[in-house]
Design a protein around this ligand. Structure first.
Ligand code: ZN
Ligand code: ZN
Ligand code: ZN
Length: 149
């Protein structure tokens, strides 16, 4: 088990027991960098430890959402959410509207906006999920060799 996972530390600090269900769901989420549907989480958890029931997987996903570890996202008309990891309280990506691929990025530069929102709205802000939409180079069919670098 990845004992050094910051999420394991957060669970302990929040007073939650490190049950097999919680640790296994965390492993599955972290292995996939968090773009994963609940159906995929269920399937993977079952493969790792069939003793963990569906209900406890769903309860664990709810708990992790509550604790701000993950956020559910809904792409297009999907009925089941995809969960994304909220590393350090934030998550950012650009989605290609053609191939539906995700392009993750780290630096959002939103610290100043966060401070302003906290002040203006009197909110204790715990994180953000930032989603941009566009069309990737592959889908535009542009030859990379002709692109200025
Ligand atoms: Zn993402
Ligand atoms: Zn694309
Ligand atoms: Zn951010």
């Amino acid at each position: 088990m990845p004992k050094r996972s910051p999420y394991v530390q957060s669970l302990k600090k929040a007073g939650y027991r490190l049950t097999q269900a919680r640790l296994t769901v965390l492993d599955v989420l972290e292995a996939d960098h968090g773009h994963i549907t609940s159906a995929d989480v269920l399937a993977k958890v079952e493969r790792i430890n069939p003793a963990i029931g569906r209900a406890s997987v769903f309860r664990t996903l709810e708990l992790f959402t509550q604790l701000g570890f993950i956020r559910p996202t809904y792409i297009d008309t999907s009925h089941t959410p995809s969960y994304v990891m909220m590393r350090g309280g934030h998550h950012h990506h650009v989605i290609c509207t053609d191939c539906k691929r995700f392009f993750e990025f780290e630096n959002c530069g939103l610290e100043a906006m966060t401070r302003n929102l906290q002040r203006e709205l009197d909110m204790q802000i715990s994180g953000h999920l930032l989603e941009f939409y566009g069309v990737c180079a592959d889908c535009r069919g542009e030859d990379r060799a002709e692109q200025p670098s």
